[in-house]
Design a binder for this molecule. Structure first.
Ligand SMILES: [Fe+2]
Length: 290
């Protein structure tokens, strides 16, 4: 298996890990899950996270071909469009089932007719088991639904990027309580797909919560470690046990802090809403009663 270099950038505010994967020989590169910083209280965006990625890319003289989204995130705004402004050749890719997520949230946000839930907001829609290329880098697309129906894991050489499917072994797996999320599906995705891949694969996760504040942030492990020690889903865990544990845990979790702003922007390829006639963009927040 070809070994690529991975530079990971940790966002302290949203606990998101952005990965830059590159070929040391050709300098071809991809960026996985970039973050656009957003402060909901002041409704201000800022570019610290994108700037870190941009600086690294320029310092290493990388040729970035793709921005790979593992899914439509519910806890941070995607930095894909800002990255594309800085590197216009980048194509933004996401799983083809994003259309299901778009249909769901078009209704939730009562989006206008011109928002068509057909995935056209992204440059590339990726299908299960397909291969895509970024210069000398070959990427296998593995559909890993459960956290959302459109989640993708990316297998690149000796590394596997699991997004919010698998976290570090002491943390477990992604939550499955978003619309069309499914603990049963996530079990199938992890046990029947990811755990069938070579044990030696390096696993890079999409978030890390520092073991609930008990350790430093970590984002790299191996598939062998996950299968042996994942606190929620080991190779021998039964589906029944996992689903019970996942659903019990999910029933205790609050909605992510940036859920409503994130989703409406991220299903539109990471674009901010079009400015109104006064030049200002507005985020829409539905009001529900308890
Ligand atoms: Fe997520």
């Amino acid at each position: 298996m070809k070994k690529y270099t991975v530079k990971s950038v940790y966002d302290e505010i949203t606990a998101t890990v952005t990965h830059i994967v590159f070929d040391q020989n050709t300098l071809d590169a991809v960026v996985i899950d970039p973050v656009l910083d957003y402060d909901p209280a002041s409704s201000k965006i800022f570019f610290d996270s994108v700037h870190k990625i941009e600086t690294f890319i320029k310092k290493e003289n990388l040729s970035v071909h793709l921005c790979l989204e593992t899914h439509a995130h519910a806890d941070h705004l995607s930095g894909a469009q800002e990255l594309k402004k800085r590197f216009p050749q980048i194509k933004i890719a996401i799983g083809s089932k994003i259309t299901e997520v778009q249909m769901t949230f078009k209704k939730v946000f009562n989006l206008p007719d011109f928002f068509v839930p057909n995935g056209s907001q992204f440059d590339l829609l990726l299908d299960e088991n397909s291969f895509i290329h970024a210069g000398s880098i070959e990427i296998k697309v593995i559909s890993t639904p459960g956290h959302t129906p459109a989640c993708i894991s990316y297998w690149i050489g000796d590394a596997l990027f699991t997004g919010d499917a698998l976290f570090m072994p002491d943390t477990g797996t992604g939550r499955c309580d978003f619309p069309s999320g499914s603990a049963q599906s996530l079990y199938e995705s992890i046990v029947n797909k990811l755990y069938k891949l070579p044990d030696s694969l390096r696993v890079f996760v999409g978030h890390d919560y520092k073991g609930n504040g008990t350790r430093e942030a970590k984002w790299e492990t191996t598939l062998e470690q996950e299968k042996l020690y994942n606190i929620q889903l080991k190779a021998y865990t039964t589906k029944e046990d996992y689903v019970r544990l996942r659903q019990t845990r999910d029933s205790t979790l609050a909605a992510p802090r940036l859920l409503l702003p994130s989703i409406q922007i991220n299903i539109d390829g990471g674009r901010l809403p079009a400015p109104e006639e006064n030049g200002v963009s507005y985020i829409k927040l539905p009001i529900k009663s308890r």
